[in-house]
Write a protein that binds this ligand. Structure first.
Ligand SMILES: O=C([C@H](O)CO)[C@H](O)[C@H](O)COP(=O)(O)O
Length: 429
């Protein structure tokens, strides 16, 4: 079997960082270096020229995602030093044919990217007939966030074309190994190498995995378990970043300091000082839930205290969020239980029974529906609409990964504005 090629996709915005990361990836065993689409859009063909110069012994791939004017764009990439140019498989046949003619003229190869192609098998056969050199079984980053799998796409192509197949889309060492076992000759990895603090180590793990391809049995995980696992690994700030700064409650703090709660919301609406519905809601919850209580924002009288916390914990509830006050703070702190509230007050009210359980509520400025996901930590409380929970959990994880590399570059001596080229990216009006 031919040795698989490892292509590192430099999906970054800054060429200097890209070169540094590519050097580390090459040390870990990357063969081909891809100027990723975001890098090309940010830096233009200069990105390809710089990579060509910095890595004379390596193939440079220009991920142009060509959609029109196939000949011109291939010529640009070829003259800048790319040996392989990526085009969109979904582009019209006239574009593909022109791209192929241009590639032959300038001595480069064409990789067709199957992103968003409706019938990948028949399109791949057509692309082969049009003279494309490689097919890329690619599921894009946004599609990955809602569960798209490049391995599934790759498996559909097995045996359907005779040109080499590349695979890309969220691969890590484990899935890259499976991809080679499923027939991929080129393995393209972006985020799981370039966002790592230790890029060389991450590339080496993928290299070793693809050199010993195997299909490992994977344990099935329910969608809820996946969402919980991902959300438990990220912070409330990671989640709001993933939601374009939406979802955060205002004016609420952690009563117990460094605690975290992740779970589906059981909602309660009551009036200030009426603790009947909040306490009854404990029985409506299942283990892993978070009680979210709207209390008309009353902070002078507490609908929640130590006995309720004790009872909630026994029930398996993992957190309490109150748009109002809490009491018995010393006892709750001793329990170390995640309670988030607007404030504290010593007096309780009466169990009058006003309000409802599991209806839509407003809590600290955010709409919360039963079953929405809550992520609460020392930075605050964020609500994730239940229908987007998987996507947001995946995106929050990407935010966390991106920060890992930035943190590492700061540790090495750059300032945050240098790493992110802040001045260059200030909004122009
Ligand atoms: O082509 C890519 C994407 O469309 C952004 O330009 C990526 O390079 C490709 O998906 C590989 O990156 P990961 O999915 O992060 O491994």
């Amino acid at each position: 079997m031919a040795t698989p090629t490892l292509q590192v996709a430099l999906d970054l915005l800054e060429i200097d960082r890209a070169v540094e990361i590519a050097e580390e990836a090459v040390r870990g065993g990357a063969d081909w270096i891809e100027a990723g689409t975001p890098l090309i859009k940010s830096e233009g063909m200069q990105a390809v020229r710089t990579l060509r110069k910095a890595f004379p012994g390596h193939e440079i791939v220009a991920d142009m995602k060509v959609a029109d004017t196939g000949a011109v764009e291939v010529e640009m990439a070829a003259k800048s030093g790319a040996g392989i140019v990526c085009i969109l498989a979904d582009a019209d046949d006239t574009v593909i044919a022109e791209a192929v003619r241009s590639a032959r003229k300038y001595g480069v190869r064409i990789m067709a990217d199957l992103i968003n192609v409706q019938d990948p098998v028949s399109r791949s056969r057509e692309l082969e007939a049009l003279g494309v050199d490689y097919i890329n079984a690619h599921v894009g980053i946004d599609q990955q966030m809602i569960g798209g799998s490049s391995l599934d796409l790759l498996r559909r192509l097995a045996g359907e074309v005779s040109i080499p197949i590349a695979v890309a889309g969220g691969l890590d060492a484990e899935t890259a190994s499976e991809a080679v076992a499923a027939g991929a000759l080129i393995v393209i990895v972006g985020g799981n190498i370039v966002k790592a603090a230790d890029v060389t180590g991450a590339a080496r793990r993928v290299r070793e995995a693809i050199d010993r391809p195997e299909i490992r049995p994977r344990e099935e995980e329910s969608p809820d378990a996946t969402i919980r696992r991902l959300l438990e690994a990220v912070s409330a700030p990671n989640v709001t970043d993933a939601m374009h700064r939406k979802g955060a409650m205002t004016g609420i703090v952690s009563i117990c300091g460094r605690v975290k709660a992740v779970g589906r919301a059981v909602t309660v609406r009551t009036i200030a000082g009426d603790w009947a519905k909040p306490v009854e809601a404990i029985n409506a919850a299942v283990p892993g839930d978070v009680l979210v209580i709207s209390n008309d924002g009353g902070t002078h009288i507490a609908p929640w205290g130590e006995l309720a916390t004790h009872s909630a914990r026994n029930r398996g509830i993992v957190g309490i969020v109150i748009d109002g006050a809490v009491r018995d703070v010393d006892d709750i702190r001793e329990m170390g239980f995640p309670v988030f509230a607007r404030g504290t007050a010593p007096n309780a009210g009466e169990p009058k029974g006003f309000g409802e359980i599991n209806t839509e509520i407003l809590c600290c400025g955010q709409e919360v529906r039963p079953g929405d996901w809550i992520v609460a930590d020392e930075s605050g409380v964020v609500v994730i609409p239940r229908e987007r929970a998987y996507e947001i959990a995946r995106r929050a994880m990407e935010v966390k990964k991106t920060e890992e590399r930035i943190r590492e570059e700061i540790r090495r001596g750059k300032t945050l504005s240098e790493v992110t080229e802040l001045l260059k990216w200030e909004k122009r009006h």
